[in-house]
Ligand binder design. Structure first.
Ligand SMILES: C[S@@+](CC[C@H](N)C(=O)[O-])C[C@H]1O[C@@H](n2cnc3c(N)ncnc32)[C@H](O)[C@@H]1O
Length: 310
């Protein structure tokens, strides 16, 4: 009989490097404590120190303490990642604190090369002059800003750190078709009908009906964001991924969808239970794209105490 106070632990899939494991606890310690070089890719989004209403974590502390903690994250990932691995760090900043993402990147940077800076675009507006259509278009969602001083923030950063700055990427794995086939002949190196997508990734949040049941967390990224990171690093060089701040499990769900191994940590057991339920759904759908998790995942989160394993 599991002890009710035992940490939540979830395992799925074959034992070994292709297993998916979620553990309740400190992700920085989890990365730092295990063997060196055991992960191929880390995709993560730490709390941004903005006072987000997480269930357990207190998201407001003195800036210096926060940045020192982020520095520990950078060192823990450096320990746990292979030398030719990729570390994708997602950070956003509110309009009133535009330096925050850069301060976080700087706090991590010791011992790392900043190989790419990717812009995660959550919402975009296209002027009719750009499309040739008869009206402007807008896609995606963003959190509106009250003050008339600022533009609404429609973008976050995805910093791609590597140990050497020379990690080859599989750009065409997330590439896009050429607008016109004649481009293929013009660009001699284009062996296939695809070009690099570039470093602006338009990834809107999936529309949900009820936040409390469909996405009960204040700061998630869409599953497609870690999926593109994994594909970009190269699936032929990726067996096991990790995320020290799992939240509702986007990085784990993407790993499950691609048949990768994964290890993740989260201090909040209800978030973890929600993530575990989502992974089960991916597995039961035979790695097909799952729909929004819905009320059953929330019920699973409520049952989490009973489901905890020592
Ligand atoms: C920005 S959210 C991550 C969201 C996640 N990427 C997703 O899409 O659901 C940060 C998460 O880190 C968790 N957290 C805070 N401190 C932690 C720690 N020391 N170890 C593990 N998780 C932690 C918070 O509970 C929160 O869910």
């Amino acid at each position: 009989m599991p002890r009710p106070d035992a940490p939540f632990a979830y395992r799925s899939g074959p034992r070994g490097r292709r297993e998916i494991r979620l553990t309740e606890g400190d992700g920085i310690r989890g990365l730092a404590d295990g063997p060196a070089g055991r992960f191929d890719v880390v995709v993560t989004s730490p709390p941004y120190n903005l006072g987000q209403p997480y269930r357990t974590y207190q998201d407001r502390r003195p800036r210096d303490d926060y940045l020192a903690w982020i520095g520990r994250l950078g060192r823990a990932v450096r320990h746990a990642l292979r030398r030719d691995g990729s570390f994708f760090l997602n950070v956003g900043g509110p309009p009133r604190d535009p330096w925050l993402p850069f301060d976080v990147a700087r706090a991590v940077a010791d011992g790392w090369h900043l190989q790419n800076v990717i812009h995660w675009i959550k919402s975009i507006a296209l002027d009719r002059s750009a499309t040739g259509l008869d009206r402007d278009l807008a896609f995606g969602h963003y959190r509106p800003v009250g003050s008339p001083r600022y533009l609404h923030g429609t973008q976050e950063y995805l910093f791609h750190f590597t140990r050497t700055g020379r990690v080859p990427l599989d750009r065409l794995a997330i590439g896009v078709p050429y607008a016109h086939p004649s481009n293929r002949a013009r660009w001699k190196r284009a062996a296939v009908d695809r070009r690099c997508r570039g470093n602006s990734w338009f990834l809107p949040y999936p529309t949900i009906q009820r936040r409390a049941t469909d996405r009960p967390h204040p700061a998630t990224f869409p599953d497609t964001l870690p999926e593109w990171c994994y594909r970009l690093h190269g699936l032929d060089r990726l067996t096991t991924a990790a995320d020290p701040f799992v939240g509702l499990g986007a990085s784990a769900v993407a790993a499950a969808r691609l048949g990768l191994g994964f290890q993740g940590w989260e201090i909040d057991r209800e978030y973890l239970a929600f993530a575990a339920h989502r992974i089960d759904r991916v597995r039961s759908l035979g790695r097909r794209r799952p729909t929004a998790p819905g009320p059953r995942a929330t019920a699973a989160a409520r049952r989490v105490r009973a489901e905890s394993t020592p």
